[in-house]
Design a protein around this ligand. Sequence first.
Ligand SMILES: *Cc1c(COP(=O)(O)O)cnc(C)c1O
Length: 396
Amino acid sequence: MNEEASAIFRSQLDAIRAAGTWKEERILASPQGAAIQVGGREVLNFCANNYLGLSSHPAVLAGARRALDERGFGLSSVRFICGTQDLHKELEARLARFFGFEEAILFGSCFDANGGVFEALLGEEDAIVSDALNHASLIDGIRLCKAERHRYPSGDLAEAERLLRATQGKRLRVVATDGVFSMDGHLAPLDRLADLCQRHRALLLVDDSHASGFVGRTGRGTAEHLGVQGRVDILTSTLGKALGGAAGGFVAARREVVELLRQRARPYLFSNTLAPAIAGGSLAALGLLEESTALRDRLMENARRFRDGMTAAGFAVPPGFHPIVPIMLGEARLAVAMAKDLLDEGIYVIGFSYPVVPQGQARIRVQLSAAHTEAQVDRAVAAFAAVGRRHGVLKA
Ligand SMILES: *Cc1c(COP(=O)(O)O)cnc(C)c1O
């Protein structure tokens, strides 16, 4: 590569460092779990999306191993050429049934699902109305499509309604939202959005990646929690969080929507099929969720225990029940320094600051798992209290 190009890239890297937004990667030398090996020692992990503790669960590993032995390492193909196995069809049918839709279609990731869903279904004659805090993959997917684009401030139903009125002349309108917003575990008002969409004959598309498998009494997600199961038209979600944690995503909807995606969604048509081991492991994960709600119940109890403990210790914890628990600190420097001290205490958490969250709202985002024991949750609270006192966040 020539020196001018090198200099251009290096100066951008310098700018990222100078802005204080450089992202370091810590290296794990163990499977994902409640306790992990980082930097030569064991620490408790409180920043994974391993909500149900399935990423290293024996039943999931057994399902993946069986698929690996019986169906091989990979398909070396996209789905429509020679990449569809019985396992993939079974997983699609099970996902559709679990979440209460006619059909489901697998993608390599939820990022790909969101990247393909809009362009395949909508065109110039349509409009999309989307929440301003939506995940990057929804934003990118919407950008890839020719439909008119509108955005409402997060959760602002009045503005969403104004936009639906303004787009009345369009063929189709789709309201797109995350089910749960990842920076603070806040839920989208799906009940009121479902009413709004019904009133304006718009479709409701929900990305429920931070809810599928554990939010709602039986883990069907945000719609179940808010009592509107059956009123979401298009569900997108990931297999990379609660539902096993390896990789993969899906869209669930009416048959004609899924069929159209199989014909047109570019990440489905032009990217390799999901590895058999992932399909097998994900089927085993779904099997666990169909059998019992024990894992999501355990997770919710851990989240409640941590939220109560932190609030009692004197930290600012916004109300809620979700296992994403933001500890609001304000200053970016403080969030980063506390996260570093917590790691020294054996608690692995990450500080988030601007531009990931609004200016002045830096926080440490804690994520609970069903894999945590009560004693581990209590250890985290105690470590937060000790570090919080050291930094003057709590009174000594
Ligand atoms: C994690 C996440 C994704 C990306 O999922 P992958 O399967 O890892 O690509 C998409 N949307 C939301 C809301 C997420 O939280």
